[in-house]
Design a protein around this ligand. Sequence first.
Ligand code: ATP
Ligand code: MG
Length: 250
Amino acid sequence: METAISVENISKHFTDKKRGLVKAVDELSFHCRAGTIFGLLGLNGAGKTTTLRLLATMLWPTSGTARIAGFDIVKQPDKVKANIGFLTGSTGLYLRLTPREIITYFGKLAGMDTASLKQRGDRLIDLLDMGEFADRRIDKLSTGQKQKTSIARTMIHNPPVLILDEPTSGLDVLTSRAIIKLVRNAKDEGKCVIFSTHMMHEAATLCDEIAVIDKGRLQTQGTLTQFREQYGKENLDDIFVAILENGGGR
Ligand SMILES: Nc1ncnc2c1ncn2[C@@H]1O[C@H](COP(=O)(O)OP(=O)(O)OP(=O)(O)O)[C@@H](O)[C@H]1O
Ligand SMILES: [Mg+2]
């Protein structure tokens, strides 16, 4: 299968007044294939969001690079942007617009024609069960309804690579399920999805491959089946703790 994301020795250092040099991402390398779901696990502060922001060209790497859909994040950021959908907690939504207006606005920005924009917008609204609030102003929506809107916005231009930072954080079971269904659909359509999560059961059921990072470094990468064999444990929670405890075997 074709490589959709190829991360090559990427680092991101911040200089913090109090903490000094922070190696948020430290020489990270991994690959994700098209048609698969890739999970990024790590404790708070491990470097997940920084990694995903680097891939989404929202941050400039200190060193190293990554290729997404064949394009280099440092040399071809515009091409990368056109080929990804990026969801992050801070994804801005215009409070006075409605979900349908936001989706349409971002579709137009991505250069979509009116007919395909309407067709895909309607499909996403349907898949995410957004019909009831699609024409209500964003400032009147709940957290979950806003998150669905953000996801629809992220996916409107049908990009081959989806980068989702904690897509189901703070959502109820049904809303989470709707989003998980959409992620599975995306995979079935041959897209590559990379997402970060603290929900181990979600990673266990969804991911084809899982990478665990700690203090900006890759601890291990593999399938749940491989981890179960390697660590002699069934639950991803227990495996995750074991990986962190033995430093991924490094
Ligand atoms: N702009 C910044 N300036 C200084 N330090 C930063 C900055 N952004 C992130 N960091 C630091 O980089 C490290 C990684 O942060 P990051 O947000 O990537 O972690 P995370 O794995 O997403 O954590 P969480 O699970 O809490 O979302 C942390 O130590 C954080 O404090
Ligand atoms: Mg984060």
